[in-house]
Design a protein around this ligand. Sequence first.
Ligand code: ATP
Length: 336
Amino acid sequence: MTHTKGAIATTSSHSAFYNIIPGALEEGLEAYAICFDRDWALWSQYPKLLEKIHVIRVKHYNDAEKIVGAFNSIEEDVIIVPHGSFVRYLPVKHLKQLTHPIFGGIKILGYEGDRDKNAALLQESNILTPRIFKKPAEIDRPVMAKLHGAEGGKGYFIAANKTEFLAKSKDKQIDFIQEYVNGVSIYAHYFSSPLYNRCELLGFDRRLESNANSQFLPPFIPPTFTVVGNVPIVVRESLVPEFLRMGQNFAAKTGLVGPFCLETIVTPDLKIYVFEFSGRIVAGTTVWVPFGNTYANTLWGEPMYMGKRIAREIKEAFKRDKIANIIVDSPNLEEL
Ligand code: ATP
């Protein structure tokens, strides 16, 4: 394989295989993927894609030492592209041991994983957020209880008031109590670009959560929020400028580079509450591969999706000799 335009490396995941890597290949970048045994049965179904990339096999996704070793064994100059599961199994300590630079740095990933820091950063960005209750005694309205270490909404519950919260939280390790915002959830996808000097609003998705989004939820079944998929959406016209403003504020406040997502609930009176951010590519952007979407394509005048957008920035950085600009570690955030 030959290449002249740069190279990326990442680990196996849904976003990596169906979004980041196709984007890199479309932009003519070399791609390295660390594939865990867990994922090999699926990956091996795609020989046409595999023959275009370098695969490094690692037995277990929980083996942070081995993952670091595998990344550090890559001899070519690569930019490491993080994604959701990557952040879960590579703690900050290990991220710091990587010898290749990480696209967008690591501080934003650390802030994302800490619920208090996550919420504080949104508030400091002048973004409307649900209230947080430090102690159950303070609860004065419906709340959503988030369980420690929950992924994709697993095990969350809603309580109408303090009494219901106390009853439902028995024997559970609740680490976050947030005001319950009634409305429709919308996930806004952004890309903060140092090379084009702008924050791009690239699209929106909505998660399908079971059983909150079931065909029909009988009143005797409590809703649960386990993510099972994503669907694309376009939003109501009047909401677009506010979504753009929020993304621009967040990018300016943090100084972050690359993809991020504001996870929102839009209320019946059209207020946009952001209950969390993700500081990297999110699963919902994969719905746009390979055709792009309304917002991204209008901005770029060509089919554009998140994996391709990341690759475009990396390709440009290699071409213009500006790698330092895309590996900047959110200068406005504190060290981890
Ligand atoms: P991930 O880490 O994959 O983003 P998570 O475990 O952090 O997931 P959240 O994204 O915080 O879970 O929430 C899961 C779902 O719960 C959301 O998609 C949304 O539907 C709902 N939800 C979260 N917070 C609130 C809130 N404050 N009010 C109403 N609904 C909420």
